[in-house]
Design a protein around this ligand. Sequence first.
Ligand SMILES: CC(=O)SCCNC(=O)CCNC(=O)[C@H](O)C(C)(C)COP(=O)(O)OP(=O)(O)OC[C@H]1O[C@@H](n2cnc3c(N)ncnc32)[C@H](O)[C@@H]1OP(=O)(O)O
Ligand SMILES: CC(C)C(=O)C(=O)O
Length: 520
Amino acid sequence: MNDPAARVRIFDTSLRDGEQSPGCSMTAAQKLRFAHALAELGVDALEAGFPASSDADRDAVRAIAREVRGSTVVTLARCHEGDIDACASALEGAAHPRIHVFISTSPLHREHKLGLSREQVLERAIMGVTRARRLVDDVEFSAEDALRTEPEFLAEICSAAIAAGATTLNIPDTVGYTTPSEIRALFEYLRAHVRDAEKAVFSAHCHNDLGLAVANSLAAIEGGARQVECTINGIGERAGNCALEELVMALRVRSHYYGAHTRIDSRRLVPTSRLLSRITGMAVQRNKAVVGQNAFAHESGIHQHGMLKHRGTYEIMRPEDVGWSQSQMVMGRHSGRAALADRLQALGFQLEEASLNRTFAAFKALAEKKREVFDADLEALVLGSDAVAHRGWRLSRLHVSTGAGDGDTLPTASVQLLGADGATVSEAAVGDGPVHALFAALARATGIALDVDSYQVSSVTTGDDAQGQAQVIARVDGVEVTGSGTSTDILEASAHAWLDIANRQSRARAPAVRRQAAIA
Ligand SMILES: CC(=O)SCCNC(=O)CCNC(=O)[C@H](O)C(C)(C)COP(=O)(O)OP(=O)(O)OC[C@H]1O[C@@H](n2cnc3c(N)ncnc32)[C@H](O)[C@@H]1OP(=O)(O)O
Ligand SMILES: CC(C)C(=O)C(=O)O
């Protein structure tokens, strides 16, 4: 598997093809931040932008070229002198610069888009590669719409590109039209028919219009591709590009099948995916492979029972290996007794069989009404809702003020809580934002410091008066605990979610009382 011939280079184009897609534009500062994250992830090359497209993109590429180390920095150019010169100028300062020149080769694009003959396209390609090669040592050539190009013309233009100095030959499926067996055969054909093929690295760049981008990229590797162009979360033109996280994990999980490897640090996949979502505001769908919220979540009883016996029954990779903290057992309508008993035990309840059966019946009834049953609901089932409600802190007043910029408003929160003994306590705190300030005020008031792993707010009803549900996940004694709160005011919902965990943490540390309550 460590045969160097089977090393697949990962070329990330989130900052170019990804950024081109609607809803994904980034500022220069955001692009720079994300480029650092890509270098940390271990991508071999990162395509930073298209300098001729705007001053802002040129400036972003410049900053990336100057600052980011560890990955080749690539910029895109049409076969236009001005585009190529703009690339070279933006790449000054890069440790490993690459210019990527492209031109359409398919009959459809030649005739209708460029209005050029085969010979003219060939000439332009040679001009582009030659000019780029005078400016940098590392030049990539792409035959846009290669998968709808006559194979013999593709071989001819690739041979000419190598002769002009191209070091990477990229074969894009620009419109996501190909199939796995077709693209594999094309790579095999090109490697056999391109002159001096061994002097260049063959690369695949697959779009996802038919949902085949990852499958096609893997097939291209089988056909001899040793670079794959992809994007984090699969962002990109239309239906996107090959998703980096999926491709990398397919090569890793099926390493014996593909006999190929990358140098990606897979534990950084989830953090990098989240960073991109935060920057672009483009959420990842829950069921997205590897980085989606459901990728390691199990709700159905038969799967949960299997997972508790051996995680390999329903997981083909470890969540820790891609950057999640652990698998998630979601308690809902489809869950069974084994998962319920396990979750209750993690919450500190060891129930006798009869008591477990009673709780299970009540749990199923509740799950019919609620989409997801949270830890607080389970506690209420075991202890009785009154016992839970009255044992812990309750929010009685809340005020949050916030602002941004250079004005004098610092995000500030003040809270008043009612304790289990009936006493009230008031506290205030400032923070980096309103939620940060709120959580700091709650920590001061309760004297409980929570190790918050994640926080999110979603709407549970629709309309102007929609109820927001806040969910906080924190680690309590090494166990991940989820707290939730619902209100039409999302800050109030957030305070309830935080207190939900804090109260459970206090109760979990009073085991004698818990056992008594559970048995009663
Ligand atoms: C498959 C891909 O992802 S390709 C990359 C796509 N990315 C982008 O287009 C984002 C950046 N693009 C831009 O900012 C603009 O399109 C610019 C600045 C590059 C060009 O803008 P304009 O000069 O206004 O041209 P416009 O976008 O309308 O048309 C593209 C021109 O490039 C030509 N062209 C397209 N591809 C190539 C190529 N590879 N080599 C040479 N010329 C090309 C077209 O024939 C057309 O030429 P024309 O103006 O003589 O008709
Ligand atoms: C410029 C090339 C590589 C491209 O993005 C495509 O063909 O999809």
